[in-house]
Design a binder for this molecule. Structure first.
Ligand code: KIV
Length: 302
């Protein structure tokens, strides 16, 4: 077996982003992470040259139509992680552990993390700080890299009282920094910071030795993450302040489909060139030659 960088190493794996690659970017060029939930999404992220794909539990809201992220199961997450992995993208694939998949016992947690790894993830993400330390350690002991997630943790929506900016007061900011240090010291390779004031995210970024990945956490983080459907303008019902839309794919898709519907209704679709045709011989055998049924391109067979 060839080691990385040795002759004989498979080109596909040689170029894939690894967990050590991500760690090494601390304080360097900002890391780019996006969510994706299927093979086409993974190919788009890959061709765009992002560093990490998060198969996020935001799946629940942007793909499966639920009101919050609490509805997705480990089976849902594994199903979509496998779809992303089948595209064999270059970015590191991080599978998101859904609610209740890492809250019951360490053993249960490790099995659920393994389900995402077997589906094709190279690392898993979970929400919470010191409270989840035993679970983080259990997963790391099974040799699975863990990404932390602090600040607004959507799986705690009921406990937090809604999707609200976190760590706005001094005590909560100090707690957030402590939690981040705890996760980094335990061995997490990166930490997502969601919806926290930029100054607090900067304090965390300076306090930990691993990259911080911000979403609504300002510019000081070591990287940024956005949800696929927000960034591309596929989801247009809600628009948090931190979302920058780089396209309006929903509008484009509605316009395209409206044009298609009009073409079908006015018989402008399909055209002659978009149709298959009988050969002259078959047309003659059917007694159709010269009839209206075969006047359009009869000599071009299917
Ligand atoms: O599920 C998700 O999309 C996430 C990001 C918001 C970080 O956890």
């Amino acid at each position: 077996m060839a080691l990385d960088g040795e002759e004989g190493d498979m080109p596909a794996t040689a170029t894939r982003v690894t967990v050590p690659d991500v760690r090494a970017r601390k304080g360097g060029e900002p890391l780019v992470m996006v969510t994706a939930y299927d093979a086409p999404g993974a190919r788009i992220a890959d061709e765009a040259g992002v560093d990490m794909i998060l198969v996020g539990d935001s799946l629940a809201m942007v793909v499966l139509g639920y009101e919050d992220t609490l509805q997705v199961t480990i089976e849902d997450m594994a199903h979509h992680t496998a779809a992303v992995a089948r595209a064999k993208p270059r970015p590191l694939i991080v599978g998101d552990l859904p609610w209740l998949s890492y809250h019951v016992s360490v053993e249960d947690t490790v099995r659920n993390a393994a389900a995402l790894i077997r589906a094709g993830a190279q690392a898993v993400k979970l929400e919470g700080g010191a409270k989840r330390l035993a679970m983080v350690r259990g997963i790391l002991d099974a040799e699975v890299p863990v990404m932390g997630h602090l600040g607004l943790t959507p799986q705690s929506i009921h406990a937090l009282g809604g999707f609200k900016v976190q760590a706005k007061l001094a005590d909560a900011a100090t707690q957030l920094v402590d939690d981040a240090v705890t996760l980094a010291d335990a061995g997490c390779f990166a930490i997502v910071l969601e919806a926290v004031p930029d100054t607090v995210a900067r304090l965390v970024t300076e306090a930990v030795s691993v990259p911080t990945i911000g979403i609504g956490a300002g510019a000081a983080c070591d990287g940024q993450v956005l949800v696929f459907h927000d960034l591309l303008g596929i989801e247009d019902r809600v628009r948090p302040k931190f979302v920058r839309r780089y396209a309006s794919l929903k509008d484009d898709a509605v316009a395209a489909m409206t044009a298609y519907a009009a073409d079908v209704r006015s018989r402008r679709f399909p055209s002659d060139a978009e149709s298959y045709h009988l050969s002259d011989d078959t047309s003659r055998a059917l007694g159709l030659y010269g009839s209206t049924a075969n006047t359009r391109g009869a000599s071009k067979s299917a």
